[in-house]
Write a protein that binds this ligand. Structure first.
Ligand SMILES: *[C@@H]1O[C@H](CO)[C@@H](O)[C@H](O)[C@H]1NC(C)=O
Ligand SMILES: *[C@@H]1O[C@H](CO)[C@@H](O)[C@H](O)[C@H]1NC(C)=O
Ligand SMILES: *[C@@H]1O[C@H](CO)[C@@H](O)[C@H](O)[C@H]1NC(C)=O
Ligand SMILES: *[C@@H]1O[C@H](CO)[C@@H](O)[C@H](O)[C@H]1NC(C)=O
Length: 479
């Protein structure tokens, strides 16, 4: 960020008005600075290699082993202005412990305030957004919330990258939703080091974690060769210790932790876990992945930014265990349904022949619902697919709304307005009969849509023709 010195222009004014002019200029500069901050790209780098080079990580790991010693070291470096350190928080239990301890240091020892960075991936749980709001109120300017470049809403992001990016292309998703925003924030804050809440007891890649590490991740991005220090003060703590600290100190936390979640991330990649399961077992299930990308960019190839091209938009959602509940059953918000009120749900099993034969028709229907609606009613529907071979079978909550899967593919329509209820389709598994069924089910709620339907009714023979043509085409393709 370049804040150039202001050329001296006005001299013949009194010192009072000069001060006013300077104050106005200062405010203007701060405003511009703030705007630029959000737009600054990760190629605007701050070279902290030199500072960090003087740090001997091996020695630090020998000398500083307890959380309080590590935080004292942080405090010392910040006080002497030797290092600019920021705290990265995801509001998980470990992050909350660190924040609490940092606040204590500030209050009791006069340790300078450490900027706190959090990433809003745009795909968090509603409870997480509520929690974030409460923190925003308390922390004010010291909290920097960073979002994916160019997008302010999940819908905007999903329309660009596809609604399944998180599950189908987890690395690209991690890059655009977390890694890029995070380094953009670090660059803007000129951070030499960042604090994380990672612990060895979280297992997986974290088993051999050290308190101090060099973050070599962004060496892989040729635009961003900054080497930062990564500090993990809670490296030795267990899950139980963390929660004991939170309870002992009455630290407010996200209520989802009382509802079966042990580690929270994005809606699409977070599942509940059983009491005895590892705390991160609920993350990235079925995705051959345990880290979100922030801490394991090895999976990204070099010069990530250029290679991470947008992915072709998929017009249906692949659902996971808990996501099914959220997307299908959540009445309060349609944010997980890409703004749609109705959900077309197909339960399938990849090895089932009927399911395989139904695929072309499903994709066609999904496209029609997504982008080129034959009626405004269809446009209010989102197509979803749930692989019951890969996850657990649907749960009691689904049964309660009348969704019981007796064979595959099982086809349902779940309506949310005026009240939620599910209807099962039992006819032939071809596009046209399903389309007509959908229209019938969806019709009559919206006057305008009703008119459109009756107009469309007369064209049903062409639809039939289309359908046959389509089936011929797909048959052809499979030969
Ligand atoms: C950062 O500093 C190092 C060492 O002085 C130098 O080799 C490197 O080119 C610099 N990087 C940038 C992006 O300026
Ligand atoms: C870093 O510290 C370790 C352990 O104290 C020491 O053996 C090593 O020589 C040091 N490295 C440098 C480059 O000073
Ligand atoms: C899982 O990921 C690893 C490393 O990224 C890769 O070598 C392996 O082939 C993947 N396995 C599957 C089943 O995709
Ligand atoms: C649509 O056409 C069918 C038969 O082709 C007819 O039974 C039905 O009443 C028509 N619906 C509307 C809304 O015009």
């Amino acid at each position: 960020m370049k804040r150039k010195k202001q050329p001296k222009q006005t001299i013949k004014i009194g010192s009072g008005s000069l001060i006013v002019v300077l104050l106005v200029l200062l405010v203007v500069f701060l405003l511009i600075g703030e705007r630029q901050w959000f737009q600054s790209s990760s190629s605007q780098t701050y070279n902290s290699s030199k500072v960090v080079k003087r740090v001997n990580v091996t020695r630090l790991n020998e000398e500083y082993q307890t959380v309080d010693d590590i935080l004292q070291w942080i405090c010392m470096k910040v006080k002497s202005k030797e290092l600019k350190i920021v705290d990265l928080t995801n509001w998980g239990p470990s992050s909350l412990v660190i924040l609490h301890k940092l606040e204590q240091l500030q209050r009791i020892q006069g340790c300078p305030t450490i900027p706190v960075v959090t990433i809003d991936t745009l795909h968090l749980f509603p409870e997480s957004y509520t929690f974030l709001e409460s923190k925003k109120k308390i922390m004010g300017q010291n909290l920097l919330i960073v979002k994916p470049k160019k997008y302010e809403t999940a819908k905007g992001f999903d329309n660009h990258y596809g609604i399944n990016l998180a599950v189908e292309h987890p690395q690209q998703y991690a890059y655009w939703s977390k890694v890029e925003p995070m380094y953009r924030a670090f660059n803007a804050l000129k951070a030499d080091a960042w604090i994380t809440g990672r612990r060895r007891s979280q297992g997986g890649e974290r088993t051999n974690l050290q308190a101090f590490e060099l973050d070599s991740n962004n060496n892989k991005n040729k635009n961003n060769k900054i080497k930062r220090l990564k500090i993990n003060p809670l490296v030795d703590w267990t899950y139980e210790q963390v929660w004991e600290y939170i309870r002992d100190n009455d630290i407010p936390y996200n209520p989802l932790y009382d509802q079966g979640y042990k580690s929270l991330g994005d809606v699409r990649t977070t599942n509940k876990v059983d009491e005895q399961e590892n705390e991160r077992a609920g993350r990235f299930q079925g995705m051959n992945q345990t880290e979100c990308g922030i801490h394991n960019l090895a999976m990204l190839s070099s010069s990530a930014e250029e290679e991470m091209k947008p992915i072709e938009v998929q017009t249906y959602m692949e659902l996971a265990r808990d996501t099914l509940d959220r997307v299908v059953l959540n009445e309060e918000t349609n944010q997980y349904r890409n703004g749609r009120d109705n959900v077309f749900v197909v339960f399938y099993h990849p090895q089932c022949g009927h399911c395989q034969r139904f695929e072309p028709a499903f994709f066609q229907l999904a496209n029609e619902m997504y982008e080129a609606p034959e009626s405004a009613l269809l446009h209010k529907t989102i197509a979803t697919r749930f692989n019951i071979g890969r996850y657990h079978t649907p749960n009691a909550k689904l049964k309660a709304v009348g969704m019981e899967v007796q064979g595959t593919p099982a086809i349902f329509l779940v309506k949310h307005k005026p009240t939620r209820h599910a209807v099962e389709y039992k006819g032939p598994r071809n596009r046209l009969p399903i389309l007509l069924w959908l229209r019938k089910e969806l019709g009559g709620k919206d006057e305008h849509d009703g008119e459109e339907l009756s107009r469309k009714n007369s064209t049903s023979t062409t639809d039939e023709q289309d359908d046959q043509d389509f089936q011929k085409k797909t048959k052809h393709k499979h030969r």
